[in-house]
Ligand binder design. Structure first.
Ligand SMILES: Cc1cc2nc3c(=O)[nH]c(=O)nc-3n(C[C@H](O)[C@H](O)[C@H](O)COP(=O)(O)OP(=O)(O)OC[C@H]3O[C@@H](n4cnc5c(N)ncnc54)[C@H](O)[C@@H]3O)c2cc1C
Length: 385
């Protein structure tokens, strides 16, 4: 396992270390044995849901009033890092439940909605998904075509959402649709008439995660399921994305750490030309470069976590962390894949699974280009989207 070279652990609270180490053990002993089968057969191992609930991984930062643990955002980041050491699919599942479902209900929901949904979501009895992306609206969510029309006692939703994590088995969907007053959020329940879900097949990435389409065919959503705080329009779903991107910045580095650990063990063990691969200067250069990038990103994440816990983080800071972590993690995964030679292409050695997963992580929650444009706008004041 990667050593704490820069002694970053010294800056963590005891409860943060405890949470991290508990999740690390959970991933090693309970998650890892399931991953090869889940990845090859392309399913999310749902048996993990009750265990995630027992470990307090849903609603970790939520106040205890709604069943949450009230933990710090640094603790949440560490959880994402450890989960993604296992698989980006598991971290995606947790990100969606926490950042994209619990967070919007907590932030934009009425007291009645919070009481009704949050405690069950924390217990893992209600699983959510988040529908923003559409077939014709990805990086530009403002161009969404799903509509919500006001009728007596509720709303009629019409349209569809694509590439939605957890969609095939979620109990509720946080759905963003265009009303005559702009974009608003709704809690759509799986039983609602006119609502259907379809699984997306043939993914070559995030195979241990379930992804699907949400279809609203004149689906009636009662007023009770309209999110009253979503009146800030597109800013509401974007603030959810910021929450999720924060966890992704930590998570992607977890995947990089897993690849690094595997590759370092491998090059120490494997001999060619009468000596371990690790005895070659070129290989040591790769190791040194990867180790340095991982530690740089860990420092970034830790500082981001401190700022988030102090309420001082900005969405541009989070964009930079997400962009950097995904780019470096993907580079590291590809480098490790190379270091394992032919074994690097076998899912039995984990690295190619991480590498393929990171292609999705690089694209979702704001592509690499989108984050460059966000930072570019910060630097120049010019919107270049
Ligand atoms: C496995 C997976 C799970 C997902 N889960 C969810 C989910 O749970 N909920 C959800 O709502 N969405 C989800 N998504 C969707 C994801 O957020 C989108 O794929 C992402 O926002 C990009 O949109 P797009 O695929 O339509 O690509 P596009 O927006 O069409 O972009 C295609 C390419 O063009 C580039 N590009 C676009 N605009 C510009 C520009 N102005 N300048 C320069 N380059 C540009 C992009 O960077 C990208 O490289 C998921 C995606 C995947 C792959």
């Amino acid at each position: 396992m990667m050593d704490d070279f820069l002694q970053l652990d010294a800056g963590l609270q005891d409860d943060e270390l405890l949470i991290r180490d508990t999740v690390n053990r959970f991933v090693t002993t309970e998650v890892s044995p399931l991953l090869l089968d889940a990845y090859e057969k392309a399913y999310f191992p749902k048996e993990l849901i009750p265990r995630c609930a027992e470990l307090g991984l849903f609603g970790l930062t939520l106040p205890p009033t709604y069943g949450g643990a009230g933990a710090s955002y640094i603790a949440y980041g560490l959880v994402c890092q450890e989960l993604e050491r296992g698989d980006s699919g598991l971290r995606s599942f947790i990100s969606v439940q926490n950042s994209l479902c619990i967070y919007p209900i907590f932030t934009f929901g009425s007291e009645t909605q919070k009481q009704r949904f949050l405690p069950k979501m924390v217990k893992g009895e209600t699983i959510g998904c988040f529908g923003l992306t559409e077939p014709n609206a990805g990086s530009d969510p403002a161009s969404m075509q799903t509509t919500a029309k006001k009728v007596a006692d509720g709303w009629i939703l019409h349209g569809s959402k694509l590439w939605i994590t957890n969609a095939p088995f979620a109990d509720i969907a946080i759905v963003w649709a265009k009303t005559s007053d702009g974009i608003r959020g709704f809690i759509v329940e799986k039983e609602f008439v006119g609502f259907s879900r379809h699984e997306i097949h043939h993914k070559q990435s995030l195979r241990a995660s379930s992804t699907g389409e949400l279809v609203f065919d004149n689906c009636f959503v009662p007023d009770a399921n309209y999110l009253p705080g979503s009146e800030k329009g597109l800013g509401a779903p974007l603030s959810c994305l910021s929450q999720a991107r924060y966890g992704i910045a930590w998570g992607a580095i977890g995947a990089a750490m897993a690849c690094f650990d595997k590759a370092r063990d491998y090059v120490l063990e494997r001999k060619q030309f009468g000596k371990p691969l690790a005895a070659n200067q070129l290989i040591q250069k790769d190791l040194a470069d990867m180790f340095t990038e991982i530690i740089k990103a860990q420092c970034f994440n830790l500082q981001l976590g401190h700022l988030k816990d102090a309420g001082k983080v900005t969405s541009t800071m989070i964009s930079m962390a997400k962009m950097n972590a995904c780019r470096e993690a993907l580079k590291i995964a590809r480098m490790c894949r190379n270091l394992l030679g032919a074994n690097g292409i076998s899912a039995e050695f984990d690295v190619i699974r991480h590498m393929n997963n990171l292609e999705s992580v690089f694209t979702y929650e704001g592509t690499d280009n989108v984050h460059h444009l966000i930072i570019g706008q910060y630097l120049t004041g010019i919107n270049a989207f």
